[in-house]
Design a protein around this ligand. Structure first.
Ligand SMILES: *Cc1c(COP(=O)(O)O)cnc(C)c1O
Length: 355
């Protein structure tokens, strides 16, 4: 059999493979039936996640999408409105789950960097009336994926939570990458999420676990959430095998996220020097680099194809914007290689055009 080509995979931080330590922990994990609440490793993971977030309880779910789905469900009733950013994951990448499962209408707000402010929320909030379904929930995405991993300033989150609660609204944070936000802002996760009602974060992205996300909040929200998880088919039995990797991910991985952020900075810096490529370096605060290649005169699909033939995987997020995501399975030299290859592709196009 031909040896499998080794690609530098910058498509997402979901592509990380479990470390040897994780595999060992998984092999040795003590397990039980988690639907009966009897898996000691899952219980330990849930307790650890709650502690790290400074909340009462946590729920281990198979995916971030399920965590967001349950987070939205526990705070809403059918026929209500949920405010979110217009390019948020809950709106664009979860198959309309907010409508399908919770029966809610998303009320998106266009933003410059994916970050909402209370003023904008206040502007579109609807009160119950003869013609209006009430807004009952605000969702915040931190870091914001499609805007290049942008991080909410803490005072903005604090103000949104304070004012929202004052009006009887709940706040759910899609914190798929909240540990990246914590690293970038040198703020504890517990401080970031102090006032939100629930937060979802992924173990399976920058933290490097093979599978799983956590939904964290009050004991009451999580108790109700547990039933929705079962309804959605997320009752996972001897899930301690997976939770064991999740525990290591929480204990060990946050320490090294800074390295991913430095690698993203390097990529952004190099890419910004290419003619035909536009990048707002100020938005590269964590491990995601989004850049516009419309100046090159080729589509992102073509750019991806050429990168792939040079051994680098990266996807377009539109016909003109590419995304590269750093993570624990790419080294600094891999990022240098990806930047150099991008430069070769760009230069070749520019040369061709001038002939
Ligand atoms: C990845 C991601 C999720 C959850 O994704 P799953 O693939 O379902 O685990 C949710 N929100 C954001 C912002 C994400 O990037």
């Amino acid at each position: 059999m031909p040896k499998q080509m080794h690609y530098i995979d910058l498509r997402s931080d979901t592509v990380t493979k479990p470390s040897a330590a994780m595999r060992a922990a998984m092999a040795e994990a003590e397990v039980g039936d988690d639907v009966y609440g009897e898996d000691p490793t899952v219980n330990r993971l849930e307790q650890l996640a709650a502690e790290i977030c400074g909340k009462e309880a946590a729920l281990f779910v198979p995916t971030g999408t399920m965590g967001n789905t349950i987070g939205i469900k526990v705070h809403t009733n059918h026929g209500e409105e949920v405010i979110c950013d217009s390019r948020s994951h809950v709106l664009d990448w979860e198959l309309s789950m907010m409508a399908w499962f919770s029966g809610c209408l998303a009320r998106p707000i266009q933003t410059e960097h994916g970050l909402l402010t209370w003023k904008e929320i206040e502007g579109v909030r609807r009160r119950k009336g003869p013609h209006n379904a009430p807004t009952t929930l605000v969702t915040l995405e931190n870091t914001h994926n499609m805007f290049g991993g942008t991080v909410y300033p803490q005072d903005v989150i604090d103000e949104i939570c304070l004012e929202a609660h004052e009006c009887g609204l709940k706040v759910h944070m899609d914190g798929a990458r909240v540990f990246n936000a914590a690293t970038a802002s040198a703020t504890a996760v517990s401080r970031i999420v102090r006032d939100v009602d629930t937060v979802m974060f992924c173990l399976s992205k920058g933290l490097g676990a093979p599978v799983g996300s956590m939904l964290v909040g009050t004991a009451d929200a999580i108790e109700r959430g547990r039933l929705y998880r079962k309804r959605l088919g997320g009752g996972m039995r001897q899930a301690g095998i997976l939770a064991a990797a999740g525990i290591l991910a929480l204990e060990e991985s946050p320490k090294r996220l800074q390295e991913d952020h430095r690698n993203a900075q390097l990529l952004a810096m190099r890419l910004s020097q290419l003619s035909g490529v536009r990048i707002d370096s100020g938005t590269v605060q964590t491990n995601i680099v989004i850049f516009d290649i419309s100046g090159l005169g080729i589509t992102t699909a073509e750019f991806s194809r050429q990168l792939k033939s040079g051994g680098v995987l990266a996807n377009g997020i539109s016909s003109t914007r590419m995304r590269m995501v750093t993570h624990m399975d790419v080294l600094r030299e891999d990022c240098e290689r990806a930047a150099a290859l991008s430069s070769e592709i760009a230069t070749e196009i520019v040369t061709e055009l001038s002939h």
